[in-house]
Design a protein around this ligand. Structure first.
Ligand code: SAH
Length: 213
């Protein structure tokens, strides 16, 4: 199927899957996902599936990226923290819809590849860091939005602390093999409210940074 037809099919799929935010759909349509997947998977870049990247990790399914981005209630003035850079695709989607994106990854090699992709695509509003996402990014806090793209058994308390008032966090919570729920947390003057959105399947948020090599 020609690329154009694959993209149209994907956008229709996402709409059926409950993604109605036009800004999100437009970014998915125009951002080259083929630049974020390994060479051997390029012809499958617009399939609505997760694909393997290096170090046993995955680039999330377009449906998941689109749904989470919509759930995050993004906007052009917002400062976003992402945990789990992976291929960099989710960060690149956010970079088109937000003011600045800070992204933390525990694998240095993945981070280097993602940084090279951002540079090649001329994306200049993503700042990355090699570190343990459980800790967030305290020097840059607070964040208007926080998105976690790996599943944790509980919401890491440091991330809740780094969420600005009026801020929104989207995070999959649960065991790797068990039931995972996508939660949306919202910080108001009164406290933190929690909504349960959908079922998800993410790789685990692993404590500490990965050793290289
Ligand atoms: N957002 C990515 C998909 C991420 S897959 C994309 O768009 O491609 C989950 C990522 O989280 C993996 O790259 C994994 O290495 C990373 N990760 C897991 N535990 C982490 C931690 N404690 N801190 C930072 N990154 C972590």
């Amino acid at each position: 199927m020609p690329l154009r037809a694959q993209k149209i099919k994907l956008i229709m799929d996402l709409r059926r899957g409950g993604v109605s935010d036009r800004r999100v759909l437009e970014v998915i349509e125009t951002l080259p996902r083929e630049a974020f997947v390994p060479e051997s998977f390029r012809d499958r870049a617009y399939e609505n599936t997760a694909l393997p990247i290096a170090d046993g990790q995955t680039i999330s399914q377009p449906q998941t990226v689109a749904f989470m981005t919509q759930a995050l209630e993004v906007g052009p003035r917002l400062k976003v923290l992402e945990i789990g850079t992976g291929s960099g695709y989710q960060a690149a989607v956010l970079s088109r819809l937000c003011r600045r994106v800070y992204s933390v990854e525990r694998y240095r090699a993945l981070l280097k590849e993602a940084e090279a992709r951002f540079a090649a695509l001329g994306i200049s509003n993503i700042t990355t860091r090699h570190g343990d996402g459980h800790k967030g990014w305290v020097e840059q806090a607070p964040f208007d939005r926080i998105i976690v793209t790996a599943a944790a058994p509980q919401v890491p308390p440091a991330l809740v602390d780094q969420l600005a008032e009026g801020g929104v966090m989207v995070i999959p919570v649960g065991e790797e093999a068990g039931e995972q729920r996508l939660l949306r947390l919202r910080r108001t003057a009164e406290g933190v409210a929690e909504e349960d959105l959908i079922h998800t399947k993410f790789v685990p948020l692993v404590p500490g940074v990965a050793r290289d090599g």
